[in-house]
Design a protein around this ligand. Sequence first.
Ligand code: SF4
Ligand code: ZN
Length: 444
Amino acid sequence: MKFHKTLHYEALPFENPLSLDRRCYQNLAQETRFFQPRASCPLPSSALPTREAISSPPREDTSDHWSGHLHQYAAHLTIINCCTISMEEGEGSTASKRGGGRLCFICNQRRPALKRPKTQEQICRECFYVVFEEEIHRVIMDNHLFKPGERIAVAASGGKDSTVLAYVLSELNRRHSYGLDLFLLSVDEGITGYRDDSLETVKRNEIQYGLPLKVVSYKDLYGWTMDEIVSVIGLKNNCTFCGVFRRQALDRGAALLKADKLVTGHNADDIAETVLLNILRGDIARLSRCTFIVTGEDGPIPRCKPFKYTYEKEINKYAYFKKLDYFSTECTYSPNAYRGFAREFIKDLERIRPQAILDIIRSGEDFRISTTTRMPEQGTCERCGYISSQKLCKACVLLEGLNRGLLKLGISRANGSRRHDVGHPKPEAKRPIIQNKPCGTLDF
Ligand code: SF4
Ligand code: ZN
């Protein structure tokens, strides 16, 4: 008779590893990749098993001990999430059952619903929800992203990333008692047929998730809508204006909400793309900070990226399976080379080796900037007081160009940090400009 049992656990009763029998050790060895104690795990890390301990089973069979331990331990499991033990008794092995990919790789009980993009494992929908959400929880805990009582503004565009972020954060906030006050913060760029529709989505999210919404508009903040800007400057460089204005708009909106932090839906793909682009254009200042999970701690409001290690494909699947209400139409003014070749390159790499995305992020993290490299000094804009490494911040330069009809003011990037003087615009640099990813997401 086959006996198959699956347990979810958050820590193992490993005070005495010899109380586990050989098969359990072997199963554990197979499952060890999932071994990741939760933040709430009651055991100190010294009490947790090492990979070596698990891979060296004891000689004697003490399965009674094993079951006893498990049952005893199961009593105080808050259950789930990061780890699974699969035990089988009788003929056949866990591995052979999984061989044809017939059962979920994690729970070994239900039919797989997807091949997990990050790990290529065939898993069921329920286990996907669990690993997806708990990985984000882990990132939040490990990086101390939030403190109880903080007011957190979630940058919400109505798109997939930010919708999933708002949904998952409100779930985790409840489940793990983060004690956060969450708000949705949207920017209305004034793009007819795009932002007006996506804002409707955010307004529905406000009701669906019970999160108060604040909308700030370019028209109110800068006196221009993107429609008006495009009618003047055309479809070249529109995303430069839009990205710069959005960055400030989010900061100003967060200030109006009295938020302690702003969270954005930048995912692992976005960050890998940014690392590559910053290398390609030699932007050392941005390269050195683009992999930080928290930025702007010296600015008006820190920004966090809880999706730093979350794959875009998984966000898409999560939104799809959960039937979340999001908006997926592309901006009317989106450039044709949408997201650019760096993004395509990363997608190609991911197809061959999914790990590539995480490896690029890690490479970015491990860069050491030479101490002789001159970094821009942070100050504040003389005109609006916003953080800036120049006399005037980028938004003020662009705005002045718009208001004075000097349309190329502030948009040339001959190098990563050079900027034309406001009063004496120089001719635009001849070399081609690498197109930013739309929506300003490169400006971390
Ligand atoms: Fe703005 Fe994004 Fe549209 Fe560009 S693609 S104009 S950054 S909303
Ligand atoms: Zn499963």
